[in-house]
Structure formats: structure tokens, C-alpha cells
Design a binder for this molecule. Sequence first.
Ligand SMILES: O=C(O)C(=O)CO
Length: 460
Amino acid sequence: MPAAQRHAHDLRDDALTIWRSGVEAVDSERLVARSIRTWKNGLSINGTAWSARPHSRICVVGAGKAGAGMAAGLEAAVGPEWLSRITGWVNVPEDCVRPLQKIHLHGARPAGLNEPTAAGVTGTARILELVSELDPDDLCIVLISGGGSALLPAPLAGITLEDKQQVTRCLMRGGATIEELNGVRRALSQVKGGGLLRACRAGLLVTLIFSDVIGDPLETIASGPTINLPPDPKAALATLQRFAAVGGEAIPSRVIKALEQMSQQQVKSTAPICRAVQHVIGNNRVAVEAAARSAQRLGYSLLELKWDQPGEAANAGRLLAAQLMRLQEQLAVGAKGCVISGGETTVQLARTNGPQKGGRNQELVLAAAVEMLAAEQLQPFALLSGGTDGEDGPTDAAGAVIDLDVLQRIKQAQLDPQQFLSVNNSYPFFEQLDALIKTGPTHTNVMDLRVGLIGGEAVP
Ligand SMILES: O=C(O)C(=O)CO
């Protein structure tokens, strides 16, 4: 392999190493285990202490893509004496289910389908039952992570699961923000917006959270099942009507009726019975900073470091490509630089006839590929974007990566990335180039992590 090509390959490997370091820094099993301390008559969870009585029980419930790792970390940290007091049930994607000692992992939806299902409804009913059977001497630990909204469905009376699926699809297809989506979900749920907390009869409820929302707003992460917040049916209705008008989709009449009825009633806020404490133990910043340290260890100087970045996926891809090209101009000959950022972008889907497949990370890299192909002269580079949960959109890939080698293959195959971009068809594009990143479930979820590297020798 010629030296320049070998070097380009090194950058791609480095980009993957750096991305993985970021994901490992938010490993759910390790971070939960680290937050638990036990002693003879009590334990503390991220500093919140609880004293047990001889008959006290510990109930562990939750939902989210990081649920399996969080539950396993908790079991490992408490040890056999405390395990005997534990019962637990956590709703997770089907491909995360595995046997644990005391906590049941319940497959609440198929992998890659970010929608509420009947299995999710059954699991949520079980969770509500478990927490309602506790008493003031008991402790409830709630494990929450992104993806929890779809994994924890409990439709309001009068609304069906199909209604909720339709509403979710309408908002997602329209490119609703997570705040908009979860505002609607809270209004239509018995468990979200504090429903789980209000159902709980324990003396203390501690929530451990992996945040996959910009700024870590607790009421939005998994729609805040332990954050006591009265629903806002008027705002929910307005959001739904706006997106239904854009997408031309109908809102189920039962949903409209339920929201109108709620708007007319005085929504009383019900005070929870148990004391509630929340701890965010993993977020995007932790992953981005760990990735940056990894890049620096590999000899890259840092141009920019940002976390919690929102925006439109293709725009973010163009920006990252432009940053890399600017960096190439600034670097001394032979030096290597990097741009690391994180956050979550959105994709406004084009109206197309055929089935299209992709995710926001793949879309971002595809838009960057268009820019990099148009560049006059490029040093070796690698540009990677991946979801820390290992699931980019409804696909089995976490994201995609490009480098000089991939650009070369695009040219050889005479592919037009702009054409794939215009119909949001990033997955087939990268699949044929062998440029997808596939990790399977990572058992964590702190949004996305992007790594741009450039430098070394100029390519003739
Ligand atoms: O609500 C969800 O499930 C999300 O992924 C955001 O936390």
C-alpha cells in the first residue's frame, strides 16, 4: 500500500479508536456500579443515602437503551446481601435482553423500531404495579436512559396504542424536536411526566439517568417518568396540529378529543408520596471530553471541542467538512489536527415514493462527503459520526465514516452522493462502500459523537 494511502487508513482507525473511547467513557454498567456504595445497614446512590430496616425492600425499575447495562452494574455493585432484597423490572430493546440475577430485563420493542408496542405496554403495567406495592420503608431505584419514551408506554384511558404509534410517527416524520415530541408524549401518558413517581409508594425514589437530550432537561429525557410535571394539553394539541398540517397526516380523533377534554378541565397537580432525587450520571459532554483526550493521546491537536450541538444533520455535516478544510490550511506540514463534537441533529425527511433508509449520523456524513469530494486538494482525513447507542435511525448501523479511500471508491463507482442525500437514502450509499459503522447495542445512550481528523502528508 502506498505511504499516503496507508496514512489515510491510519486516520480512519484513529477516528474509530477516538469514537470508541468516547462511548466507553459513558459505559452504563461501570458508571452505575461506580455510583453505588453499601455498608452494613444502608447504601448510597451517587451520594444519596438510604438506611434500610430489616424488612426493607429495594425495587429497581426503568426503561431505556442503557437499561441492561445499568441494571447489570447495579446488581454487580450491591453484592449478595443486598441482592436478596431486590426485585426489579426494566424495559429494554429486545436485542438487549439477557438473564440477570434479580432484575428482569423485558423486551419492550424490536431492535431498530423506536415505537411503543404491546409488549412495552405489558412491561410498563408491571412496573407501575411493582412500585405501587412498595411501602415507606422501601427504596425504589429508577434507571432511565434515552429511548425510554418508546419503551415505557402507558396510554391514557380512551387512547389506544395504535393512536400513540400514529402520533409518534407523525411527529418523527415531520422532524419534531425531542421537546415537542415528548411534550405530546407526556400529555398522552399515565407514566410519563411524573406518572411513575406518583404511582410509587416507597419512602425514597432515586433516579439514575443517562441523558440523551441537549442540556439534560430531566422532564424531556425519556419524557420524565419521575419528574412531577402537570401535562400541557393545549401545547400538545398545537404541536400535533402543526406537524399534521406539514406532513398531511391525520391525528387520531380519540387523541384530539382526549387533549381537548384535558384542556377544558382544571389539571390538578398531584403531589407524589415519596421523596424523589435525580442524578444524571452520563451525558454527551462526558463522551466528547473523553474522545478529545483520546485524540490528544494519538497526537492530534484540537481545533474545536463542542458538545450538545443541535441542528439539521446535513448542515452539521457541511460545517464539519468546512472545519476540516480550514484546519488543513492552518496545520504545519506533517501535523495532525482534529475537530470533535457531539449532540443530536434532526433530519427533515423528503417526501419520496420509494423506501428510503438512513439515520441522522449517516445523513451528516453523506452531506460531508459531497463537500469533501468538491475540495481541490485534500490531505488524508477521516470524518466519522455515530450514535453512542449504536443505533442510527431505523438501521443496524451506528453511523458512517469517510476518508480518502471512500472518496476514491465513490468516484470509481460513479455514485452521486447528492442524489442519495436528496432522498435521505444514506444507508444504501454507505453500505455499498463498506463505510458503515456497526457496533450492535452499546448499552449506553448520550446522543451522537463526531470525529473529524486531518493532517500528515499532502497527497499529490
Ligand atoms: O424520550 C426518549 O425516549 C428519548 O430518547 C429522549 O430521552
